[in-house]
Design a protein around this ligand. Structure first.
Ligand code: GLA
Length: 733
């Protein structure tokens, strides 16, 4: 297991830095970025594979990529300059829309072994504006994090009209962009499209919060050919931001690709006061000459080291009460669910919505949000009995909260109607009967921190928090922000959310946090700095989950992807699936349950017990292993993927293969699945897992074969019908 690295937030001004002269290179194991100054402008002249002699890129001269191309109103209009690039646009204090950044200085430091931080400082030639670009290079994973700080050093307000965090210029014959778009119940669905010459592909979300529901802010950019798993040049990028974002891929008339991404400010320029600073969110970038498979593995490695919380710690299996009980329960029902879950071997019980509020009890989605006191008619002993009983049965306790929200029918709203995001003289539009609190207001932030503090300090037995957020921003007005700064709400809200989470998670570092936002609305690396995992989708149909988990798995490692076994027919889609299929799919992520274990038949209970034990035995392989996508459900009607992990005990490889048939004609047969990532010369023992009464899906179980056989011949799976699956363990002997 890799040791945890401090995250980017912990690299403060106290680190020892040295001045550097340009040109210079920022290097990782296999990648290289080279910066230079041409006519006083900083340019990133190269980003690609690391060269044996990094200086060789200087031989071609420095005419290629610019670092920032500030817009000049006087020359070309507010959004574009002559080359079609647009990164940062500022309206200065005197009303001039212009920014002319030149090189000032450059510092580099090694805050930790294997991590290099570079800060390139630029200043405007006339106006008191300083812009710094930070690049954090992770040697082992080949990931670069990059972010921008804008400082208003003058005495007047300025307005930032556009502020991209990252800009990438590349040149190839064709460009293919893969995105992961969706909506409620169908998040992160993969789509690949070619961007034709002269066209611009824009991916954005402008709903304020829960923005990843419309698409996680991440992409694959493949050069020359559609993205392949193991071949071809690709860039894989993500934005660590939970608010409005925009990612532009402009294939210029002259054939270059200008990709830029950052906070979407088109509707909401940011007003920056004298002496104020705006830090734009991190872009996360990785490059590979060996396809999107390697690019994902690099991103996942970085994520487990420092992109998500405690990425080196195994995650518990859990039972969440939502689909098993919804709002309707009492202590005895919960206790039964929890005890039966413990009997199956589940390690954590999570009490979902419905446990709180006094005056307006939370018995449905109409009332109670905001009043975070236990509803004594449902839980007369608070959480204590459940926590205590859990201790006896060896199952821990977790809780659902949605602290950013309020129902109009609540004591909180009665006391603080001014805390709600609202436009004066307009009706307040509710969504799911709720309003959203104004987290740009430090008083509201403190209220949220205090609520959480009260809950966690009074109940030290709470070890897991599901942090939900079930609506967007619709009426973007703040009674806290000044009239000139109303549009700052979109950025200040998200920074307020991060500040709040930071305060809570620093105070309770041992508590595991799940990011939920009506399902996968916060599957982004901004939220993941404070959370351990995300709830992938409210759609728990395993058939549909194969597609969603395939998509989101391009950007996030399995350890962050919560995947639960629920009842059949599925409550959202009505689709019937076997318990085995449901287990197999959920076992490719962080396995959990949402059902009433007491309603399972003895046969199902027996299967579930074994499958849980099996999951625990393969847990390090799934949660820490390298992902190889073998057969895409988007291309074939089948799906297959595998995780490969080298055991820390004996240095030998262990792998888990998941394969399934999604659509099948009677006469079609699936071709054997060729594995990857194994040693061709080593021998491996094969064991089929989660076999149910329908029998084995492979005839190699219990057999020992070579890695070369598994990677060249492959494993033939026997699927007689659609919606069948197999889980196979491969162990180096
Ligand atoms: C959201 C979540 C669900 C559940 C409900 C509770 O929809 O995504 O998992 O927690 O809220 O109201």
């Amino acid at each position: 297991m890799l040791p945890a690295l401090p995250t980017w937030r912990e690299i403060g001004p106290e680190i020892k830095a040295e001045a550097v002269e340009l040109p210079f290179h920022v290097l990782t194991k296999d990648s290289q970025m080279t910066f230079d100054v041409v006519d006083n402008k900083v340019r990133r002249i190269y980003y690609g594979s690391r060269l044996t002699r990094p200086d060789d890129v200087l031989a071609v001269g420095s005419s290629s990529s610019t670092l920032f191309y500030p817009t000049r109103m006087d020359a070309m209009g507010p959004w574009e300059n002559a080359t079609g690039e647009w990164d940062i646009s500022i309206t200065q204090g005197d009303g001039t829309n212009s920014l002319d950044l030149v090189y000032d200085s450059c510092l580099r430091a090694r805050p930790h072994p294997g991590v290099e931080l570079v800060a390139i400082v630029l200043r405007d030639t006339y106006y008191p504006i300083r812009v710094s670009l930070y690049v954090l290079a992770h040697d082992e994973s080949n990931v670069f994090e990059q972010w921008v700080k804008i400082e208003n050093l003058g005495s007047k307000h300025v307005t930032i009209d556009y502020g991209a965090t990252c800009h990438l210029q590349v040149q190839a014959s064709r460009y293919y962009v893969t995105s992961f778009r969706g909506t409620w119940g169908g998040e992160s669905l993969l789509r690949e499209e070619e961007v034709q010459q002269g066209n611009c592909l824009t991916l954005r979300s402008d709903v304020g919060v829960r923005t990843a529901q419309e698409g996680t802010p991440g992409f694959v950019l493949a050069l020359d050919h559609p993205a392949q798993e193991e071949t071809g040049e690709v860039y894989l990028g993500a934005l660590a931001w939970s608010g409005n974002y925009i990612m532009n891929f402009q294939h210029s008339a002259y054939g270059k690709m200008f990709a830029s991404w950052g906070v979407d400010m088109q509707e909401a320029p940011y007003r920056l006061g004298p002496g104020q600073i705006l830090v734009l969110p991190r872009a996360i970038l990785t490059h590979s000459m060996h396809g999107k498979g390697e690019a994902s593995r690099q991103m996942h490695r970085w994520a487990r080291r420092c992109g998500i919380r405690d990425g080196h710690q195994e995650r518990m299996t859990l039972l969440n009460s939502w689909e098993g009980a919804y709002f309707t329960y009492d202590e005895s029902l919960l206790q039964t669910m929890m005890e039966r879950a413990a009997g199956l071997g589940v390690e954590l019980f999570v009490l979902d919505d419905g446990w709180f509020a006094k005056k307006y009890p939370r018995d449905n989605a109409q009332a109670g949000l905001g009043d975070w006191v236990v509803n004594a008619s449902k839980l007369p002993n608070g959480f204590e009995t459940l926590i205590q009983r859990g201790r006896e049965k060896n199952i821990q306790f977790g809780l659902w909260v949605e602290l950013e929200m309020v129902n109009p029918k609540s004591e909180l709203y009665e006391n603080h109607p001014d805390w709600v995001i609202q436009l004066p003289h307009r009706d307040q539009r509710v969504e799911r009967n709720q309003l959203i609190l104004d987290l740009s207001n430090p008083e509201v932030q403190q209220y949220v921190i205090d609520c959480m503090d009260r809950l966690l300090s009074a109940n030290p037995g709470i070890v897991y928090i599901k942090w939900d957020c079930n609506r967007k921003i619709a009426d973007p007005g703040s009674l806290f922000l000044s009239s000139q700064c109303q549009k700052n709400l979109f950025i200040d809200y998200i920074n307020g959310y991060y500040k709040t989470l930071e305060a809570i998670t620093c105070r309770y570092p041992h508590v595991v946090f799940q990011a939920c936002a009506s399902g996968g609305g916060r599957a982004d690396y901004g939220a993941m700095a404070f959370h351990h995992e995300f709830w992938t989708s409210d759609n728990t149909d395993p058939y549909e989950r194969v597609f969603m988990q395939w998509g989101i798995g391009h950007i996030f490692p399995a350890i962050a992807i919560a995947s639960h076994v629920t009842v059949s027919p599925n409550r959202q889609t009505g689709r019937q699936t076997s318990l085995k299929f449901r287990f197999d799919v959920a076992s490719t992520g962080r396995l959990g349950f949402e059902l009433r274990p007491q309603d399972m038949t003895p046969k199902e209970t027996e299967f579930a017990k074994l499958a849980l034990e099996t999951y625990k035995s393969i847990r390090p392989v799934v949660q820490f292993g390298d992902l190889y996508r073998l057969r895409s459900p988007y291309a074939t009607g089948e799906a297959a993927l595998m995780y490969v992990w080298t055991s820390t005990d004996n240095g030998k490889q262990r792998a888990v293969v998941f394969a399934c048939m999604l659509q099948k004609l009677l006469a079609t047969r699936a071709a054997p699945v060729q594995l990857r990532g194994l040693h061709p010369g080593k021998r491996y023992y094969i064991r089929e897992l989660n076999v149910d009464e329908s029998g084995n899906r492979i005839n190699l179980s219990g057999v020992e074969v070579g890695g070369d056989f598994l990677m060249n011949h492959g494993i033939p799976f026997q699927f007689s019908q659609a919606i069948q699956s197999a889980l196979v363990e491969i162990t180096e002997v």
